[in-house]
Design a protein around this ligand. Structure first.
Ligand SMILES: [Zn+2]
Ligand SMILES: [Zn+2]
Length: 117
């Protein structure tokens, strides 16, 4: 049993937690927070993040086509936007990095819990 409560609520969970480190960047302003989740709740967030996975191909950073879609409303981003960076540490996984854009007029994605630092 994990000793730390999942961000989804203080329910018990088996196995090690997944740690997520989101950062929302708007120009010079950056808001960072930390999420600790059980693997079940982390899976639903990771499913939403999947289109935004940043991978390395030889020397180049590879973004998926969906990275052009707003993480909140899923519509294309063409103008200025806020940047969402999420670093994920899953048990027994390599570090994963995600990058997404959010329209300036869109709120934070509802599927990504926010915890004030
Ligand atoms: Zn949970
Ligand atoms: Zn949007």
């Amino acid at each position: 049993m994990g000793i730390f409560p999942c961000v989804d609520g203080p329910h018990r969970f088996r196995g090690p937690a997944t740690s997520l480190y989101p950062a929302l960047v708007n120009g010079q302003e950056a808001v960072r927070w930390k999420l600790r989740m059980c693997s079940d709740h982390a899976a639903s967030v990771l499913g939403r993040l999947e289109p935004y996975l940043v991978s390395m191909d030889d020397a180049a950073v590879v973004y998926q086509d969906d990275a052009k879609l707003c993480a909140t409303c899923s519509r294309p981003v063409v103008d200025d936007s806020r940047q969402l960076y999420v670093t994920v540490y899953q048990p027994k996984h390599e570090r994963e990095d995600y990058w997404a854009q959010i329209h300036l007029e869109c709120g934070n994605p509802g599927w990504l819990p926010y915890v004030a630092a």
